[in-house]
Design a protein around this ligand. Structure first.
Ligand code: NAD
Length: 287
């Protein structure tokens, strides 16, 4: 078997078109565009690229996108004051504080102060709790993107065995929650999992979110499985690679995401969707 590729670029373009249509409808109805405010502290080169892309893509779908840049030596108090200001600003629908933050700032403290209704990264304790309870809230963008990829290839998680490798707050845990909410039987594997090969071999849906190139070997993939590779690793060849050994896995899976061009493009597309969702929900609460 040779797997079909899940084209994240094309699916992300479709999601952006949907966001654009929803932004146009919102703007017409409410006389203002939804607004996304991104906060960048410091000058980490990768983060600078990420925030520029977020600003660019939000403007492309008709939203207001603003980046607030603070110097690397900013105090936690200064950042908290900016978040408080954005929380209070009625024109701000989505707030995203770009990670990582400089070491003098405690990320958890900052995230916890973001208004949960504007938390388009879905990282506040309130939104994480709502996800665990299976109640509506804002869900982290990359996990939501993974679910959309499954839907787009007609993979219904109900009744399937899903294995998520990685248990981070940002990726692994929320993906597992989303799969559970869609009635998959979910196993979360992590750095202390015994016999990872055996666990992965049980998966009808295998999600890798670790950050270690080719950790998941091709021969671990159950024939016919759908493989979602979240990992982004710069290889010795200078190119980007996933957490799954792609060539081997491709011989066994039914569908597989390439890296790059799989999960990656979905993240910003889902961020745009989350911002529109947040804007609509805030208007509904005001009524
Ligand atoms: P993280 O470092 O916070 O978490 C990694 C997880 O992997 C941990 O839970 C750890 O237990 C697990 N792990 C580590 N070694 C392991 C091993 N040998 N066996 C099994 N599990 C192991 O990372 P993260 O933020 O969850 O990101 C994971 C990867 O996904 C990274 O490569 C990151 O760059 C990528 N990522 C991609 C996107 C995207 O848009 N495509 C978004 C976020 C993260």
């Amino acid at each position: 078997m040779t797997a079909q590729l899940i084209d994240g670029k094309a699916i992300a373009a479709k999601v952006r078109d949907e966001a654009k249509a929803q932004v146009a409808a919102f703007t017409q109805q409410h006389g203002r565009a939804p607004g996304l405010d991104v906060v960048l502290v410091g000058d980490d080169p990768a983060s600078q690229v990420y925030v520029r892309n977020k600003e660019r893509d939000s403007v492309q779908v008709g939203m207001r996108g603003t980046v607030h840049r603070l110097p690397a030596d900013s105090s936690q108090a200064k950042l908290l004051a900016l978040v408080a200001q954005l929380n209070a600003d009625a024109a701000v629908d989505g707030i995203l504080v770009q990670m990582p933050l400089p070491k003098q700032i405690d990320a958890e403290t900052v995230i916890a102060t973001i208004d949960p209704g504007k938390d388009v990264d879905g990282l506040t304790p309130v939104n994480a709790g709502l996800l665990c309870l299976g109640r509506p809230g804002l869900v982290p963008c990359t996990p939501m993107g993974c679910m959309r990829l499954l839907d787009e290839v007609g993979c219904n998680p109900a009744g399937k065995r899903a294995v998520v490798v990685g248990r981070s707050t940002l990726v692994g845990k929320p993906i597992a929650q989303l799969l559970l909410a869609r009635h998959a039987t979910v196993t979360i594997a992590h750095s202390r999992t015994a016999d990872l090969a055996k666990v992965c071999a049980e998966a009808d849906i295998l999600v890798a979110a670790v950050g270690k190139e080719a950790l998941v070997r091709g021969e671990w993939v159950k024939p016919g499985a759908v493989v979602i590779d979240v990992g982004i690793n710069r290889g010795a060849d200078g190119k980007l690679h996933g957490d799954v050994e792609f060539e081997g896995a491709k011989q066994r899976a039914s569908w597989i995401t390439p890296v790059p061009g799989g999960v990656g493009p979905m993240t910003i597309a889902m961020l745009l969707m989350n911002t529109v969702t947040a804007a609509k929900a805030r208007i509904a609460v005001k009524r």
